[in-house]
Design a protein around this ligand. Structure first.
Ligand code: FES
Length: 175
C-alpha cells in the first residue's frame, strides 16, 4: 500500500484544542494519563495507524519519552502500528468465537480477499486482523468493523457483507 511519506504529522488547530482540553482533565505532571484518548485521535487523524513519527509527535505533546508511547500503543490491539486499508476487519479469535467457528470465518475472508491475516488488499480497501475478545461472546462468532459489530456470523453472512462493502467502497475509519 502506498504511504504518503511527505504528510506533515501535526494536528490542525481544532484537533489540537480538543487534545489540550483532554490533557487539562488531569493534574499537572500527570499529562501522560491523556495518552490513550490522544492516540485514538492521532490514529483517526493520520490515516488509521500510528507511525513512529505520529507516536513521536504525541510524545512531544505530552512531554514524555517516545518509548512510553510505543509501549502503550503496542500493547492494545485497537492501535495499528502498520498502515491499514480503508476498511479494517477485526475478527475475534478468543474462546467463544473460536468454538463457534471464528477460524472458518478468518479462512473464508482470507480466501475471498486474497490476503492473509495482517495484510491489506492490493487496492488498499481491506485489512484483515484477528483480535482478542470484544465482549460479544454470546453472539459468537463475531467481528468488528469501525464502530460496528457483526455478530452470529455465518460464511453466507460474511459473503453478503464483503460484497456489499466492496460495492460501496466501505470505510471503517474516519479520515
Ligand atoms: S470470545 Fe469473541 S467476543 Fe468474546
Amino acid at each position: 500500500m502506498e504511504i504518503d511519506q511527505k504528510r506533515e504529522i501535526r494536528f490542525n488547530e481544532e484537533t489540537m484544542a480538543t487534545v489540550q482540553k483532554i490533557i487539562k482533565r488531569y493534574p499537572e505532571g500527570r499529562e501522560k494519563s491523556a495518552l490513550i484518548p490522544i492516540l485514538h485521535i492521532a490514529q483517526a487523524e493520520f490515516d488509521g495507524w500510528l507511525s513512529p513519527a505520529t507516536m513521536d509527535y504525541v510524545a512531544s505533546i505530552l512531554n514524555i519519552q517516545p518509548i512510553e508511547v510505543y509501549e502503550v500503543a503496542s500493547f492494545y490491539s485497537m492501535f495499528n502500528l502498520n498502515p491499514v486499508g480503508k476498511c479494517l476487519i477485526e475478527v475475534c479469535r478468543t474462546s467463544s468465537c473460536w468454538l463457534m467457528g471464528a477460524e472458518d470465518v478468518v479462512r473464508h475472508i482470507e480466501k475471498k480477499l486474497n490476503i492473509h491475516v495482517g495484510e491489506t488488499t492490493a487496492d488498499g480497501q481491506f485489512t484483515l486482523k484477528t483480535v482478542e475478545c470484544l465482549g460479544s461472546c454470546g453472539t459468537a462468532p463475531m467481528m468488528q468493523v469501525g464502530h460496528e459489530y457483526h455478530e452470529n456470523l455465518t460464511l453466507e453472512k460474511v459473503d453478503e457483507l464483503l460484497n456489499k462493502w466492496k460495492a460501496e467502497g466501505k470505510r471503517s475509519r474516519y479520515c
